[in-house]
Design a protein around this ligand. Structure first.
Ligand SMILES: [Mg+2]
Length: 145
């Protein structure tokens, strides 16, 4: 699958730390045959990718659409259709399908969201869906509260 990770509060904290398990999870997903992309509503975040040594694991870095998600992919130069997105922003997850994650702010010892993401990706790859409440089917509606 083409798997797209958001940057701020998904893999990167306010303190510029990487969410625990990010490198390991990206490597596992790539080793499983997925293509990993990084995108952000703040533009192409190459500096984050280079600083945290993610460059060998990823297939591209793009600007993320923050509205009209599907329509704006071409305009933003995103060359593939995202199959699965991971984001703290629920609208983009609902648009493409994937996992909503609680925002990550600061380095802390207990954050297992990356393990959860990996489990859900494997489950969806194997069965087409997941019962996890953080999983969103493509085109699902976003709860208002
Ligand atoms: Mg974010």
């Amino acid at each position: 699958m083409n798997i797209f990770f958001d940057v701020d509060y998904t893999i990167l904290g306010l303190d510029d730390s990487l969410r625990p398990g990010t490198q390991e999870t990206l490597k596992q997903l790539k080793d499983d045959g997925n293509e990993i992309y990084i995108w952000s509503g703040m533009g192409e975040r190459w500096e984050v990718v280079h600083k945290h040594n993610l460059t060998p694991l990823i297939s591209g870095v793009y600007e993320k659409p923050t509205h009209h998600f599907h329509e704006r992919l071409q305009e933003l130069g995103v060359p593939v259709e995202p199959d699965f997105v991971i984001d703290d922003y629920p609208e983009v997850v609902a648009a493409f399908g994937g996992v909503w994650v609680p925002p990550y702010f600061f380095k802390r010892s207990f954050d297992q969201e990356m393990d959860r993401i990996y489990r859900i990706v494997c489950e969806v790859a194997a069965t087409g869906t997941s019962e996890d409440r953080q999983y969103r089917v493509k085109g699902s509606t976003v709860p208002l509260f």
